[in-house]
Design a protein around this ligand. Structure first.
Ligand code: UT7
Length: 335
């Protein structure tokens, strides 16, 4: 991967995902807030999403995805040198979700940490984990994107409650046998001026939890949807173009476009602006909604299950999230 001083190539060696069994449909939401199946489908592309039962937290979902990925890699938790978790909904402020997962799966040789990049969490974690393998610091990195968005969603706010779901995805990043296969390049950016457009106002050091913050519903996601929408379309196109151009590639060279699943219209607009054929776009937002850091691995898994993701395919990952955070990762599938 460029962007540092790599000593060796890296690849996604295995992929595992997990979503909780309970499903929340648009029909269910029609009974909870003033919305309709038609509005949700038309404006977002979402039909249903998975939601945890009470008492289930992000590290629980992450553990299941991680064990599946490690098993698929033919490795054991002890083989993991580092655990990087992208999440916006850690079980608690501290310890980090990486610590909780490390203990749950018994990865006794791993250190690790969480990455706070909201919906870009998986892309950022993948880049960081890959760099730690590329430098030779570790043989295998466990990279996880996991969120229980239902824990910070106001189910009385129709503007946000229809959008999000819960889920987890994990990959094992290992050295690439062939340097041209695997993780090739990345472009990441942040634009902190976007903070007010998408955030959870209370619970941190600015507004610690009080009765008042709870009464004012400040522990939930607040979003200026239109502002995020415009930024997402513009920036995803921008970072995708840059990562393709600097690798001498054009949109037609991309076999599969796997974008963060926040809104069907954002993904298709980005693809159209890039000149990417829609047949190369992965969409599974209909079944999972926006699972924040989990959307990209969940989409990779579905593409693979559908036979659309094959060894050697050139894959472009892209995400925009709260912050704003932005990322594009270019890879050739070698799993
Ligand atoms: O993943 C992190 C980043 N997040 C995103 O990428 C989300 C980006 N934004 C979006 O996906 C879209 O902006 C939304 C899906 C959130 C909203 O779609 P929109 O087309 O931008 O709708 P809007 O917010 O402009 O609202 C249009 C109308 C409003 O009614 P009026 O003012 O025109 O009468 C809303 O009150 O739709 C209304 N509305 C709803 N109606 C039925 C908003 N939410 C709902 C709802 N059901 N759930």
């Amino acid at each position: 991967m460029r962007g540092g001083a790599p000593l060796r190539g890296t690849r996604i060696a295995a992929l595992g995902t997990y979503v909780p069994p309970r499903v929340l449909t648009n029909a269910d939401l029609e009974k909870m807030v003033d919305t309709s199946n038609e509005w949700i489908l038309q404006r977002t592309g979402i039909h249903e999403r998975h939601i945890v039962d009470d008492g289930v937290a992000t590290s629980d979902l992450a553990k299941e995805a991680a064990l599946r990925a490690i098993d698929e890699a033919g490795l054991t938790p002890d083989d993991m040198g580092v655990i990087v978790v992208g999440t916006t909904t850690p079980d608690m402020f501290f310890p980090s979700t990486a610590c909780l997962v490390q203990n749950k799966i018994g990865a006794s040789n791993a250190w690790g940490f969480d990455v706070g990049a909201a919906c870009s969490g998986f892309a950022y974690a993948l880049t960081v984990g890959s760099q730690l393998v590329a430098t030779g610091a570790h043989e295998h990195a466990l990279v996880i994107g996991a969120d229980v968005m239902s824990s910070i969603i106001d189910y009385e706010d129709r503007a946000t409650c229809v959008l999000f779901g819960d889920g987890a995805g994990a990959v094992v990043v290992s050295p690439a046998a062939e340097p041209e296969l695997g993780l090739l390049d990345f472009v990441h950016e942040i634009d902190g001026s976007g903070g007010p457009a998408l955030n959870m106002p209370a619970g941190g050091s600015r507004n610690p939890a009080t009765h008042e913050t709870v009464d004012k519903r400040m522990h939930f996601v607040h979003q200026d949807g239109a502002a995020v929408f415009k930024f997402a379309v513009r920036k995803m196109e921008d970072v995708c173009r840059r990562v393709l151009e600097r690798n001498g590639l054009e949109a037609g060279d991309v076999d599969l476009f796997v974008a963060h699943q926040a809104n069907r219209r954002i993904i298709l607009s980005t693809a159209d602006r890039l000149g990417l054929d829609r047949s190369r776009v992965v969409l599974n937002i209909d079944r999972f909604g926006n699972t924040t850091a989990a959307t990209i691995p969940l989409a990779l898994q579905d593409a693979r299950a559908d036979g659309r993701l094959k060894e050697g395919d050139r894959v472009l990952l892209a995400a925009v999230g709260a912050g704003f955070t932005v990322g594009a990762v270019l890879l050739r599938w070698a799993c």
